[in-house]
Design a protein around this ligand. Structure first.
Ligand SMILES: [Zn+2]
Length: 601
């Protein structure tokens, strides 16, 4: 008999869930129930056991209560007293609409199992059942196989599958498309979305088709996109991949204008590509999972950074991102990367390994000691793609590497060893790529983007004056990042190699005056125009409550944007690589540096 979970929403106003775990076939004098400390896909310890209360155990049938003692922050030990069938009850608080959250409101129940369903230690590999008891007007959606209705009941092969597929109950807008002949359900959960249903259907279908084409097939019988519409001004607020579904949180008005909507399509493409990369092509340690502690791998750069690269490439292939805009987006990423001093400190492998204490826990020194493995992983994958296309004279690409990973690992449910991507890349392309991996994946060798872009007849060009700012005098640069602290300019980070670091500005300093003249957060950029690069300025700050003055020489503001532009004398091979990469004839290249006269909506 399987372990069965019954999850009920008795009073949605309380944001609480009632859970009953029915445990048959008990042997031994005790059993442990454990709630995961992290959720696969979010590589950070979240300690969700803090939301659990009132754990009680009893003998099934007689109702005789059994002793429960807590062994650690997320482990409850039940003394069986000879019982072979046990029931455990507890409550979980859930008021969290993030992609990996649990949200109980009068409008819906959104359930990520790993935050609610404690597993019976030692029985994680057994098949399991879950029943969901919600108001009768709500429909229940999940990719778990259904085995009954009223209440809705589902079966999972094991605990990993049970907690991998989220369950959403409510009254969402439900759309279905069949790209590549496979039913894909699109659920828009939450009120007030400014989406146009037909547009969403068309574009999601294009993304699916492009991804399936790129990978040469699909393992899916069906799939669900859960979109949760949230408050807040950010178009995309999160996305979490699952094997047969994805949970995406977007601003409720993110479907217009085009710029915001493209981000929605971007996260859609990213999470969808994950069904191959990380959910099936995966490092050995990422499945079966150890839910009690960090699961370390050096490969997150390929799981997340390469997925970021394919995110935009799929939009490009799907015709949802025109080539000039694609290059524009890559240029912005390069700009962000080269302005992060921490790129020189940690390699992609180290950044991946440190995710648990680094990417998900940024603080004032983060920009100096690390760079996002999403960002560098994306750019390194792009450079690897261009390197392969160049050296094979257009016959192979990084797409071939991922297709091979898919065929040899993903489809065979074989986990990747920590150093295997290089081996596969070599085999898939017929090249020896060890130098590339040593420099840019295992090392912190500075990436010369002009060399890699040159393989496609392109180069970098700084955009000194972004559109609309051509007439503005060059402002001086303090080499710090700032935040608006109730109108005051508060330093959040002091960047290595910048004037602020050399002169001794400090995180948390409140900048109050330049050469004695008061400044606030809003007018600091203008005020710095009085001190062009190379000027001396006295910066007055409040530091831990006391006024301090620091003299420094202003630096040059890093370009707001780096543009990727065609070179004049591209070789025939570079033209061919360009065409294969971007899918457009060389003659169609357009200087993306020319800003459109009126920005599109
Ligand atoms: Zn991702």
């Amino acid at each position: 008999m399987p372990v069965r979970y019954d999850v009920s929403v008795e009073d949605p106003k309380s944001h609480r869930l009632q859970v009953v775990v029915d445990i048959p076939d008990v042997t031994g004098t005790s059993l442990d129930l454990v709630l995961p400390s992290w959720v696969p896909g979010s590589y950070i310890i979240q300690d969700q056991a803090r939301n659990v209360r009132g754990v009680r155990a009893s003998q099934a049938g007689t109702g005789a209560s059994l002793p429960v003692s807590k062994q650690d922050k997320a482990r409850w030990r039940i003394t069986t007293e000879g019982a072979s069938h046990i029931e455990v009850r507890y409550e979980v608080y859930g008021h969290d609409l993030r992609d990996d959250g649990v949200d109980v409101t009068t409008e819906h129940l959104y359930l990520n199992g790993g935050k609610v369903l404690a597993y019976v230690d030692g029985r994680e590999r057994e098949s399991l059942e879950i029943a969901v008891h919600v108001p009768s007007t709500w429909r229940v959606y999940t990719e778990l196989p259904e085995i009954g209705r009223s209440p809705a009941r589902f079966r999972a092969r094991d605990y990993d599958e049970l907690v991998d597929e989220p369950i959403d109950c409510g009254t969402p807008v439900e759309l279905t498309v069949r790209p590549a002949g496979i039913p894909h359900r699109i659920l828009l959960c939450g009120r007030g979305g400014n989406f146009e249903a037909h547009q969403v259907e068309t574009d999601v279908a294009k993304i699916v088709e492009a991804a399936v084409r790129l990978m040469g097939g699909s393992p899916l019988a069906h799939y669900t996109f859960f979109y949760h519409l949230a408050d807040g001004r950010w178009p995309v607020q999160g996305g979490l991949e699952h094997k047969n579904s994805t949970s995406i949180v977007v601003g409720r008005t993110a479907f217009r204008p085009e710029e915001d909507y493209r981000r929605v399509l971007g996260v859609t493409s990213h999470e969808y590509f994950h069904l191959y990369n990380v959910k099936r092509i995966r490092p050995q340690v990422l499945g079966p999972f150890d839910y009690t502690k960090e699961n370390y791998t050096h490969l997150l750069w390929a799981m997340e950074g390469s997925t970021d690269y394919f995110e935009d490439l799929i939009l490009l292939r799907a015709g949802l991102l025109p080539p000039p805009k694609y290059l524009d987006a890559q240029g912005k990423k390069i700009q962000k990367y080269v302005n992060t001093p921490g790129r020189k400190v940690a390699s992609l492998e180290e950044l991946s390994f440190n995710s648990w204490i680094d990417l998900y826990k940024p603080y004032e020194e983060t920009p100096n000691q690390s760079v996002s493995y999403y960002l560098k992983g994306d750019l390194a994958t792009m450079c690897l793609d261009l390197e392969i296309r160049h050296r094979t004279e257009g016959r192979s690409s990084v797409e071939a590497v991922f297709r091979t990973l898919w065929e040899e690992y993903g489809q065979r449910n074989r986990g990747l060893e920590e150093n295997e991507i290089l081996t596969v890349a070599n085999r898939a392309t017929g090249l020896d790529l060890s130098d590339f991996f040593q420099r840019y994946i295992g090392g912190t060798f500075e990436i010369d983007f002009d060399v890699f872009l040159g393989h496609a007849g392109l180069k970098m060009e700084p955009q000194e004056h972004p559109p609309g700012k051509e007439d503005e005098p060059p402002a001086g640069w303090l080499g710090v990042t700032l935040k608006d602290d109730a109108g005051r300019a508060r330093i959040t980070s002091v960047l290595d190699d910048g004037p602020g670091r050399r002169a001794g500005l400090s995180p948390d300093d409140e900048v109050v005056a330049l050469d004695g003249q008061r400044v606030a957060f809003a007018d600091l950029p203008k005020a710095l125009q009085r001190f062009p690069p190379g000027s001396s300025v006295e910066v007055t700050v409040f530091r831990r409550g006391f006024l301090t003055s620091i003299s420094l020489e202003t630096g040059k503001v890093p370009p707001e944007k780096l543009l990727i532009v065609p070179v004049e004398d591209a070789t025939p091979l570079a033209r061919r690589v360009h065409e294969g990469w971007l899918g457009v004839p060389w003659e169609a290249r357009k200087k993306p540096s020319v800003p459109s006269p009126a920005p599109t909506g």
